[in-house]
Design a protein around this ligand. Structure first.
Ligand SMILES: C[S@@+](CC[C@H](N)C(=O)[O-])C[C@H]1O[C@@H](n2cnc3c(N)ncnc32)[C@H](O)[C@@H]1O
Length: 477
């Protein structure tokens, strides 16, 4: 560990233990918006869908002919994975077809972890200060806090790992404990547009604690994880990222954190509730995000349960909405959602538009449920290349994004990018320049300017600006 502390010191970082949080990453100098605080390659990673095991690409894939489990896009990826996959392949090939089908990404992550540890112990692959098994050993497992049900599941998965590896020196308890470590330390690897590609264990990045109002963000370039400052971090600041989707009420966020990461968040956003419980503003915020709207369509009020719990009352105009009314609409929405799940894009769009209509009766215009429905419609419209309507939906989502996320947030930046791209295709050049500029202002901080994805965005903005200049100069002539 001393080696790690020295390496981090050279990077102007330190790892003290903070009461109630455990290890925590702090800066020892000022960091500025967009600056990379720390980068790390995964100790191990796997793709979660049918993707190349090396680079996560989905094109030109062929299965490893021996184990029939792992995919590669070509010789370079297969070659660079070979030292580890040779051992994994041997183990997987011993399984019958049925067992092989039960090898999930989590099981593979565990197999790779043990195999990598062995290769490093045998000095077949090198260890470094930021790439060694001791860092995995140091991760929190929360074994005493997990439920009996979870424990049983981990034990079943551990049995399968034991059966595949057939190493007498490892035991089920140890494997189960590492599965518990995966649950609260592994990260979902995403592409630049935050679409999930796989899962990876980054033991140094895993030292970073959570905040619902983070000052840093974790992004990936291929498999490499980079943590960037979202704002100025003066010397002595704790580096904090968000582990969860923060667009949700305090109750929802805390539930997600408690279930997966086994702690109660007391970040500034959460403690507003913990400390000022019952105060109007926080209740209002949560009711707008996830609660019901007033019956009167011209009223902007939100509803709270009446004291007898039998109905809901608008906190603005006092109108009562009874539970049955809400239940009826909620049931209709549920049935339609089930129908949509098996529909094709065109049909799904019509069903989701019905859901949207019902949700506007039930929820506040800035509700996250309405946002999710509009996002689904937007994605289907994009698939069908209905650009004009997609743009209209994208614009509808922006005010909700602006409300639920801080000014510099990758999802807000990406939504401006989608908006700008659509405006650009539709030749609304002036609008496109505005949206793309907003996207660049955010994404250059969250993603940096060297990633192919932001380079593409910068080029599009440049072209749009040039076209706008050309258009306005030809108007003048
Ligand atoms: C990825 S680890 C972070 C590093 C961890 N503190 C350690 O000592 O290794 C996640 C765990 O850290 C703790 N943690 C993270 N953020 C926290 C927070 N805001 N408040 C309290 N505990 C937190 C929880 O125990 C959580 O399961």
């Amino acid at each position: 560990m001393e080696e790690l502390h020295k390496t981090l010191k050279d990077r102007d970082l330190t790892v003290p233990t903070v009461h109630g949080k455990g290890r925590s990453l702090f800066t020892t100098r000022d960091f500025y918006p967009g600056e990379v605080i720390i980068s790390q390659e995964p100790y191990v990673c796997v793709s979660t869908q049918k993707r190349c095991d090396g680079c996560f690409r989905t094109t030109n894939l062929s299965k490893c002919s021996r184990c029939q489990v792992v995919w590669y896009c070509g010789t370079p990826c297969q070659k660079s994975a070979w030292r580890l996959h040779r051992l994994e392949c041997e183990a997987l090939s011993r399984l019958d077809d049925h067992k092989r089908k039960s090898v999930t990404p989590s099981i593979r992550l565990m197999l790779k972890l043990y195999l990598r540890r062995k290769l490093q112990n045998d000095k077949i692959i090198p260890s470094t200060a930021m790439d060694n098994y001791k860092l995995v050993d140091a991760l929190v497992a929360h074994m005493s806090d997990i439920t009996e049900e979870q424990l049983v599941l981990y034990a079943q998965m551990a049995n399968l790992v034991h059966l595949i590896l057939q190493w007498p020196e490892i035991n089920i308890k140890e494997i189960a404990e590492i599965f518990s470590k995966f649950a609260c330390n592994a990260h979902t690897i995403c592409d630049g547009e935050l679409r999930p590609l796989g899962t990876g264990l980054y033991p140094v990045v895993s030292i970073i604690n959570h905040s619902c109002l983070p000052n840093s963000v974790l992004v990936f370039e291929g498999r490499m994880a980079s943590v960037r400052a979202l704002q100025h971090l003066p010397k002595g600041t704790e580096v904090l990222i968000s582990y969860i989707e923060t667009a949700g009420s305090t109750v929802t966020r805390q539930k997600a954190l408690k279930e997966q990461y086994l702690f109660t968040c007391v970040c500034p956003l959460c403690s507003k509730v913990l400390v000022l419980k019952g105060q109007y503003d926080d209740v209002r915020e949560n009711a707008i995000l996830e609660g019901y709207r007033c019956k009167n369509e011209t009223c902007d009020g939100f509803l709270l349960r009446t004291t007898d719990g039998k109905a809901f009352q608008c906190q603005e105009c006092g109108l009562i909405k009874d539970k049955e009314e809400i239940k009826k609409i909620a049931t209709e929405i549920k049935l339609l959602s089930e129908e949509a799940s098996s529909a094709d894009y065109q049909e799904a769009i019509s069903i989701y538009k019905m859901i949207e209509k019902l949700q506007t009766k039930l929820y506040h215009p800035l509700s996250i449920y309405l946002l999710q429905t509009r996002e689904t419609i937007l994605k289907s419209l994009m698939k069908l290349e209905h650009w004009r309507e997609a743009l209209a939906y994208c614009k509808l989502t922006i005010p909700i994004y602006q409300r639920v996320y801080p000014a510099v947030h990758p999802l807000l930046g990406l939504q401006y990018y989608t908006c700008g791209k659509l405006e650009w295709y539709l030749e609304d050049t002036e609008e496109a320049v505005i949206s793309l500029t907003k996207a660049v202002d955010i994404l250059r901080i969250t993603h940096g300017t060297n990633t192919p994805f932001v380079k593409e965005l910068l080029m599009m903005l440049e072209e749009a600006r040039a076209e706008l200049t050309y258009k306005s100069s030809s108007k003048e002539e």
